[in-house]
Every structure is written in C-alpha cells, then in structure tokens.
Design a protein around this ligand. Structure first.
Ligand SMILES: [Zn+2]
Length: 481
C-alpha cells in the first residue's frame, strides 16, 4: 500500500525540477527568466564582412595560424546570397547595406531609402529599437560610412556624411562603437555640433579603452577607438597591440546592451573591403581574422544563451575578384608567404612617399626595405621569395616612377607604383590572384548559428536575408503614428 503524501511529494519534486530548468544563469551570474510565450531569438548578432567573398574567408582560414580555424566556418548552417543592386549587377555598400538592413532593393549610393528617394525604409535595427530591444552598431571604418549608416540613417546619397552622422543622435540606439565620424573629422563646426547633439541625447562619447571600460551597462555610449584621418580603426596588421580592436568593441557592446529584454548588434568588418580595393592579400587575411575574433565574442555569449541567440555572419559583396590561384605560379603558390608581410600596403606607401620627398633613399636601400617588410628577395625564409631579373627590373622602374612623381594616396589606400609592384609581386608568388580593384557580383556566403539557424541554408537574395531575420525575430516594422 502506498503511503499517504508520496504522490504529493513527487509532484512537488517535478515542480521544482521544471522551475529550476526554466531559470538559467547567465555568464555574469544574473538570472534570465525566459518568457514561456517567447518564441523569438532575443539576442541578435549581424556580422557583415565588407567585401568578404568566399575566397577572402578561405584566405583567412589558410592563414589562421595560432588562432586555429575561423569560427565562422564552424557555424552549422551555410547559405549563398546574391548581392546585386536595383540599377547595377555589381553593387556598392549602400545599396547592399540597404537590402540587408531593410529587405528592399535600392539604387547604388542610396542609404535606407527607396529607389525614387521618396520614402525612408525601416531598418531591422530601428524595428528592434521599436520593439524595446537595445541596439548597437559597430564598425572598423567611420561610423557614418555606408554600411553602418544603412542601419540608423536615411539619405539619398552615401556621400551626405554630415547629414548621416547627425542621424546617429536621433536614432535612439544605445551603442555606437569603433570608428569616428568622417564628416566631423573634416569639419570642426560639424564636430562641435555632432558632439553637442550626442550629449543632448544622453550619449557618453568615450574615446580609448579606459574610457570605454568605464562606461556603465545601460548607458548610451559612442565608443571610439584610435582612428586615422578617415575616422577608421587601423588595419589589424598595423594596429598597436594596446589599441582596441573589433573584438573589443563587440565585447563592450554586449556588456552595454545586455540589460534590455533583448538586443540587436550589427558589427561590420569594414576594412576587409578597403584592403581588397588595394589588392593587399596579407592585410585582407589579417582583417578577416580580426573580424572572426569579433564573431568569437558573440559565440562566447551564445554559449550562455543558446536558445535565445541568433548569429548571422555574411558580407555585403565581394571585392577585388580575389582568387587562390594564378597563371604565373600555377600550382606552386603558397598563401603562407603573405605572413612575411609586416605592414599594410597603405602604411608602406606612406614610407615610400616620404622617401620621394626626402630624395635620400637609394634603390638598394628601397630593396632592403622590401626584404624587411615583405620578405621579398630573402631566400633564407623561403626559396619562392627569390627575385628574378624581370622582377628586379619591374621594381627598378616602379622606384624611378615614384621618385619622379608624388602620387597621392586615394581613399582606399591605393599605393604608389613601387608599393603596388612589391605588393603584386608577393601576392603573385603566394599564388593569389586579383581581377579588379573594385567590387564584383559573385554571391557571398552566409553563416548561421542559433535559434532558427536552419532558415538560413540554401541560396537566396540579400533582401531575403533581412526578411528572414525580421520574420524569425518578430521584428516587423512598427507602424508610426
Ligand atoms: Zn568597397
């Protein structure tokens, strides 16, 4: 005969087990109480590698070194995404960013507006804000550049940098991180105005690691790293070790945002694209790895919230027509030769420009610096680094061209002839091929992990990616009064 009270005891035990399993601890020890009705991911990460096609990912993987393989390639679901703009098969970051942020195609150069420029398009970040989520926007390039702008601003042209930057203050977002505003760097009056607007809206402008670390969770913050004259963080290959990288801005974004009912965090690896425009393979591989470390921060968060997190990693378009193979070395190229490059072509070009100004650097001295910074000619490192007579003739001609003209660096750091020749030579020997200094129209990869990940497999358009995310996350645009 069963003793009285046994059934009640078992019921109590079952109740306690289910109550405990419904209440999980976060990494910081706080308790998250999942809403039983909640079927949407509450933590949404949107990583965009600007210019990062499959070959850029493969190059980062080939040169991952101590970092091990790339985290993005270990995510369980993979898709392929078309990137074309409404008016051109080869897109730009504005049209692609608009498609990926809003689910609508628009014309090249347009920031989150329709193709006729008659209406603003609601972005997934704005929808997240309107649903009570915390929102953060991180980029390694200037925060008023096209990709980040497509999430918080609306403009007929990506070149309206000032008008775009002012919309940061009106966005109601919680966190901006990474680069500064290019428009403000170019115009002191605008800089004062922008800072005043941001302060009025309750933002702390925190410059440098210490100030950012002091910012409190729940406060609005614009966190700015060590930036160059374009408002961008340094290339990873050139970065001072103590300076904040993309992973730092991602980590602090999570810390600042993780107090809302959920959050949306967009992180752009913007300088992958710039290095591709410069056909600088070594710098591309380092940028991809830095981008992947930022993804690692989201993965660490995911491990504490596996049922409530969605991580999407993708690109807005490919840049450079990068290939892992070329006709010169055919099957003998070795991508690891790129690891001998010590600095970006952009930074080396600045040195060459200084030489041409001083007139004190001879050709043999210039060749010595190629040996130091690129390994070129140093067969002790690798026999493939040997310079053939035609290689040396090309470099001599390029050196002469530099010493007799003072070509300016362009926006994307395209180099002087000597730097270009040296970079092309190392890339060629490494078996790397480039077809263009501009974008291409090949589809880009999508990697997904987390709640609803299965929806992101297969092949689709960039507008579909935004729609899938908004649908999955319950972020349909909220109608305005
Ligand atoms: Zn580009």
């Amino acid at each position: 005969m069963r003793r009285p009270g046994r059934a009640a005891y078992l019921l109590f035990l079952l109740f306690m087990i289910s109550a405990l399993s419904a209440c999980r601890s976060t990494a910081d020890g706080r308790q998250h109480q999942p809403d039983q009705q909640q079927s949407f991911p509450r933590y949404i990460f949107y990583f965009i590698g600007d210019g990062m096609g499959l070959a850029q990912v493969a190059l980062g993987e080939a040169l991952a070194g101590e970092q091990g393989g790339l985290a993005m390639l270990r995510m369980p679901v993979t898709g392929l995404m078309t990137t074309y703009a409404l008016d051109r098969s080869i897109t730009d970051s504005a049209a692609a960013g608009t498609a990926m942020a809003t689910g609508y195609k628009t014309t090249v150069g347009t920031i989150a507006r329709n193709d006729r420029h008659s209406a603003d398009l609601t972005t997934i970040a704005e929808a997240a804000r309107d649903h009570g989520f915390g929102v953060g926007i991180v980029s390694s390039v200037s925060i008023d550049h096209a990709t980040p702008a497509c999430f918080y601003a609306h403009a007929d042209s990506r070149n309206e940098y000032g008008a775009i930057a002012r919309q940061m203050a009106q966005s109601g977002f919680d966190y901006f991180g990474g680069g500064y505003a290019l428009s403000a760097l170019r115009d002191d009056t605008l800089d004062d105005e922008l800072r005043r607007l941001m302060l009025q809206k309750g933002y702390t402008i925190a410059a440098g690691k210490e100030a950012i670390e002091a910012a409190l969770p729940g406060s609005r913050c614009w966190a700015v790293g060590a930036v160059d004259s374009k408002g961008a963080l340094a290339y990873e290959i050139d970065r001072n070790e103590e300076d904040a990288d993309l992973a730092f801005f991602t980590r602090y974004g999570i810390r600042l945002l993780d107090h809302h009912r959920g959050f949306f965090l967009m992180v752009e690896g913007g300088k992958i694209d710039w290095a591709c425009h410069a056909n600088d393979g070594a710098t591309v591989s380092r940028e991809v790895k830095a981008f992947d470390r930022a993804i690692g921060e989201a993965l660490a968060f995911y491990r504490s919230h596996p049922d409530e997190t969605l991580i999407i990693v993708t690109a807005d378009h490919e840049c450079g027509g990068l290939a892992l193979g070329n006709n010169q070395v055919r099957y003998s190229g070795r991508p690891s030769l790129l690891d001998y490059q010590q600095l970006s072509l952009e930074r080396f070009s600045a040195k060459v420009r200084a030489w041409s100004g001083s007139g004190r650097v001879s050709f043999p001295m210039a060749m010595d610096s190629l040996r130091v910074y690129f390994g070129l000619g140093n067969i002790d490192l690798d026999p493939l680094l040997a310079l053939s007579p035609p290689d040396s003739i090309d470099l001599a001609k390029a050196y002469q061209a530099c010493m007799t003209s003072s070509e300016e660096l362009n926006t994307y750091g395209r180099s002087d002839p000597f730097t270009s020749s040296a970079g092309a030579l190392l890339n060629r020997k490494a078996g790397i091929g480039w077809t263009t200094g501009h974008h291409t129209s090949v589809p880009v990869p999508v990697f997904a992990l987390g709640r609803g990940q299965e929806r992101f497999g297969g092949s689709y358009d960039n507008t579909e990616l935004a729609k899938k995310m908004m649908d999955l996350c319950g972020l349909s645009p909220v109608a305005k009064e």
